[in-house]
Design a protein around this ligand. Structure first.
Ligand code: CTP
Length: 401
């Protein structure tokens, strides 16, 4: 299919709310229609402070819907249901703090919020507001709730805001929104199975102590979420973490490296495997049944190597599977990562340099380099971990295509 037809026959609902960024939706509608989509706009009354109903209606070629009971607005009082079933995707851009709050709590006081409740299709939210509003704990908690409810959220960009301040809250560029919704609609991994591992493992020493590491699982969870978004069936095998599994993911909780190995082997035929877990390399000889008392000034703990899960997968996987490993390095990153890529028989390895600012364990961001078995090298920008996950998948899937 020609890229100009990417959204041919797709039915989109565009929700517009009362943020200054609403003026940008004129261009969004133009681009969506150029790609072949049918667009129905549902605007809140506040949106018309920033863009006129005539502009929106002219561009989308349809009457703009606002109130549930507006004169002539809805053909019937059940139109919010009909629309919610009609659409392939509902994108709300810009989404104000007010609309996010209503959606997080199930309000349905206008056509936009009622239709969001009735929608059977994915709903993509593009928040836009001033930095301090976006950072307010109430907004953060509503966004978290919305994420748990299964809404797809495209976070705002950092940059100049209408208030003159600089911060988070800028509506992403129109082409970013379009690219994001094309991925959502394409479902390019429909029918594919992806296995992702995440988090640390914990190796017991005695009933009280464990050997573990600082991994939080954020990168693996971000990958799992993006794979679901692309339509894959996702199994997420995770070590102990406080993170909530993204909606639609089949989560398997494990503690030790041996438990992780067994859980992974149960899904070894997955089409895509991402070993993002920080697996302990050594485990105590045997976990003691009773607590070690501090009778001695020092004592020796004997450790044995754990199974190398990724290397096992490298032996077992077929050519039509894609196996991706991660390398955590503090020195000679490229050299060590290339060695692991070859030794473990991987298709790709994602190098994480722990010495780089903003990369590695417990950070919100990551800076990685993707290395392919054919020698290709893709150094990536410093990005949030969800953005890193998207960039990695875009690259890997482009290569598979
Ligand atoms: N890995 C694994 N099983 C292990 C250790 C690591 O499957 N017992 C996987 C990790 O999930 C990661 C990759 O191997 O995808 C590389 O992990 P890393 O800790 O960087 O390297 P190691 O292979 O453990 O080698 P070293 O610790 O010597 O750097």
């Amino acid at each position: 299919m020609n890229t100009a037809d990417q959204l041919r026959d797709k039915r989109l609902l565009l929700g517009v709310t009362g943020s200054i960024a609403a003026y940008k939706t004129a261009e969004l509608i133009r681009q969506l229609r150029k790609l072949g989509a049918e667009v129905q706009v549902i605007a809140t009354r506040e949106a018309f402070q920033f863009i006129t109903s005539t502009t929106l209606a002219t561009l989308c070629g349809r009457k703009i819907l606002t109130g549930l009971f507006d004169e002539g607005g809805g053909q019937t009082w059940t139109q919010h249901i009909t629309l919610g079933h009609w659409a392939d995707l509902f994108v709300i851009a810009p989404a104000t703090a007010q609309t996010l709050a209503k959606l997080a709590h199930g309000f349905s006081d206008n056509m936009l919020t009622a239709t969001a409740l009735a929608a059977r299709c994915p709903v993509l939210l593009c928040p836009a507001m001033d930095h301090d509003m976006y950072m307010h704990p109430a907004v953060r908690s509503n966004l978290e709730q919305l994420q748990n409810l299964g809404y797809d959220i495209l976070p705002p960009n950092y940059g100049e805001l209408a208030s003159g301040l600089v911060g988070f809250g800028r509506l992403p560029e129109i082409n970013e929104i379009v690219a994001h919704l094309v991925i959502l609609l394409k479902g390019e991994l429909k029918g594919k199975h992806a296995l992702v591992t995440a988090g640390p493992t914990r190796e017991p020493i005695d009933p009280v102590r464990v050997l573990t590491n600082h991994s939080t699982g954020t990168m693996g969870f971000a990958l799992a979420k993006d794979l679901v978004r692309r339509g894959a069936k996702v199994t997420l095998v995770t070590g102990p973490t406080w993170l909530e599994a993204p909606r639609g993911v089949d989560r398997v909780d494990v503690t030790t490296s041996v438990e992780m190995l067994n859980a992974v082997l149960a899904h070894k035929d997955a089409d895509f495997i991402f070993m993002a877990a920080a697996v302990a390399d050594y485990t105590p000889d045997k976990a003691l049944a009773s607590k070690i008392k501090k009778d001695e000034d020092s004592f020796v703990l004997h450790l044995n190597r754990t199974p190398d899960i990724l290397a096992r997968l490298g032996e077992l996987c077929h050519d039509d599977q894609i196996l991706v490993g991660f390398a955590m390095e503090t020195e000679n990153g490229l050299e060590n990562a290339r060695k692991k890529l070859a030794q473990k028989n991987l298709d790709w390895i994602v190098l994480n340099n722990l010495n780089e600012k903003g990369a590695g364990f417990g950070t919100e961001t990551n800076r990685v380099t993707l290395i392919g078995k054919n020698g290709s090298l893709y150094p990536m920008e410093l990005m949030s971990k969800p953005e890193t996950a998207t960039a990695l998948l875009d690259r890997i899937l482009t290569d598979c295509a």
